[in-house]
Design a protein around this ligand. Structure first.
Ligand code: ATP
Length: 257
């Protein structure tokens, strides 16, 4: 199907078409398509843009990743379908950042397909294709990890993660940065640093910030982050927009932003 650039939902239709293709290629599972729908709904409420509060969270996330000894970004089917290039860019900018395949619905073929897509986007070393260890406290099929990656990471960046894994990582003393448009999800509610933003926007912003830190040779420090305030900000933004929408048409994103 040809999509017209003039369609008011052009960007979102392109993203959907990309995910549907990734589904047909076996990268994304049907549950992943549903998760995208949930994310889109929250993005509507947020105005389909990065809020000032999310941008602050992304800056702190870049600092944490830069300060970490063994930072790892976790990549599932949706993340690779939506943002393989953004993940590859992060790995290019940050020499210590590990990239690990982490699938909720894991099959060896799917893990290999995700790794292949990451490599073609430019990631040199992909962890987690053949898991070597289990994270305690999780049901068997979701406990798998790479001993060299998420298992020994001090800071884990987990876009579109599930709440149980986030809680299990935190219980091991690992710092978790989540990217999830739903401030009410268990992941957002559990992470040390919840970023309530769309995954591509968030990864691009973190990439910009990391590249500034690298260029300046900035000192490595992990400033504190008020996760409750960040979640409250996201909920307030949605609340404000919904109240305004109840009085008239919802304010839309302006073209080119
Ligand atoms: P949890 O276990 O944390 O409660 P969940 O069961 O609500 O998670 P999942 O299906 O495990 O949800 O994960 C998908 C999450 O990712 C949803 O909260 C959804 O809002 C979010 N999400 C989906 N697409 C995107 C996207 N493109 N960018 C950011 N977040 C997204």
């Amino acid at each position: 199907m040809r999509l017209s650039r003039r369609h008011p939902r052009y960007e979102s239709l392109i993203v959907r078409a990309g995910l549907a293709r990734a589904f047909r290629e076996g990268l994304v599972v049907p549950e992943g398509l549903i998760a995208q729908g949930r994310g889109e709904a929250f993005d509507y409420f947020l105005g389909e843009r990065t809020t000032a509060s999310a941008r602050r969270a992304e800056r702190i996330a870049a600092l944490w990743l830069w300060a970490a000894e063994r930072p790892v970004v976790s990549v599932n089917g949706n993340v690779v379908a939506l943002a393989a290039h953004e993940v590859a860019r992060l790995a290019r900018i940050h020499p210590r950042l590990g990239v690990e395949v982490n699938l909720f619905h894991r099959t060896p073929a799917r893990a290999r397909a995700v790794a292949r897509t990451l490599r073609s986007a430019g990631v040199r070393r992909v962890l987690g294709v053949r898991p070597t260890v289990r994270i305690p406290g999780l049901p068997s099929d979701r406990a798998t990890a790479d001993r060299e990656g998420i298992y020994r990471a001090d800071v884990c960046l987990v876009p579109l993660e599930d709440g149980d894994r986030t809680a299990a990582l935190r219980a091991r003393g690992q710092r978790v940065i989540s990217i999830d448009l739903n401030p009410l999800s268990r992941t957002s509610q559990t992470a040390d640093l919840p970023i309530v933003d769309e995954v591509r926007r968030a990864l691009r912003n973190i990439g910009d910030d990391l590249s500034t830190l690298v260029r300046r040779g900035s000192a490595r420090a992990m400033p504190p982050f008020d996760r409750h305030a960040a979640l409250a900000d996201a909920i307030r933004t949605m609340d404000r927009r919904l109240i305004r929408a109840a009085r008239g048409p919802m304010p839309r994103k302006r073209a080119g932003r």
